[in-house]
Write a protein that binds this ligand. Structure first.
Ligand SMILES: O=C(O)CCC(=O)C(=O)O
Ligand SMILES: [Fe+2]
Length: 240
């Protein structure tokens, strides 16, 4: 493994996962801190302009998803993206299993990404889901859930590749949480360049006075006031 990729796995292993699991349990999202260096962010963002290496490009306005665009990587994923996906999965799988247990769900997630992806592929979810997103002035990402078939890994990660305040203004990462029969709660996760946020894809358990209940989460990005913003999205289930 080249030095920098080994390094990505080590950076992820070095995070305080006990603390982060607590944040995930309380808020449905946790800022992971800096994962990528500015030059690594710039290198990934620069891939956006290339033709090769992607399986599709989505113009969000055409689908009512917002304004801006994104491109799904084709297999094989760029090495740093594959390294992030593998190393993050390893740490998130125990949290996902804890959630499944508390929600009374039978599904358990294997400890390694390769084994989970084998399950996805056996279920006909074979297309890679990691993506690069690009937003310009006025662009935004409507609240959504990244579901790509019946098989869902319940956590995902986004890495901000651009420098807020320098390369763009506005464009905050936002989550909403819909509790049963209650009004929604919003959460903004401030990120700096290279920082990542882990968050619930669609549901998470919340402990109530009469047992555990399920809340529904959505995420999106508020309107960019100026500049250009790139994100790397790391989703663990593959797509049908
Ligand atoms: O651009 C962002 O910060 C969010 C991107 C997104 O929707 C995702 O990574 O799934
Ligand atoms: Fe998303």
């Amino acid at each position: 493994m080249p030095h920098s990729l080994m390094d990505i796995a080590e950076r992820i292993a070095a995070l305080d996962w006990t603390h982060l699991a607590g944040e995930m349990d309380r808020y449905g999202a946790a800022a992971l801190g800096p994962l990528l260096r500015p030059e690594e962010c710039a290198a990934l963002a620069a891939l956006y302009g290339q033709e090769e290496g992607f399986r599709s490009r989505i113009v969000m306005a055409r689908h009512g998803f917002g304004q801006g665009e994104y491109k799904y990587f084709a297999a094989p994923l760029p090495a740093p993206v594959a390294a992030l996906r593998e190393a993050l999965y390893r740490r998130l799988a125990p949290i996902a299993n804890g959630w499944a247990e508390r929600l009374g769900e039978a599904r358990r997630y294997p400890p390694e990404l390769a084994d989970f992806l084998a399950e996805c592929h056996a279920a006909g979810q074979c297309r890679p889901t990691p993506l690069l997103l690009r937003y310009g002035p006025g662009d935004y990402n409507c609240l959504h859930q990244d579901l790509y078939g019946p098989l869902v890994f319940p956590l995902q990660v986004a890495v901000l590749l651009s420098a807020p305040g320098e390369e763009f203004q506005g464009g905050e990462f936002v989550l909403t949480e819909q509790r049963p029969r209650m009004q929604s709660r919003a959460e903004v996760v401030p990120l700096r360049q290279g920082e990542a946020v882990a968050f619930a894809v669609h549901h998470r358990p919340v402990q109530g006075t009469r047992g555990t209940y399920r809340v529904t989460l959505r995420h999106g990005v508020s309107r960019l006031r100026a500049g250009q913003r790139f994100t790397l999205g790391v989703i663990f289930h593959d797509a049908a």
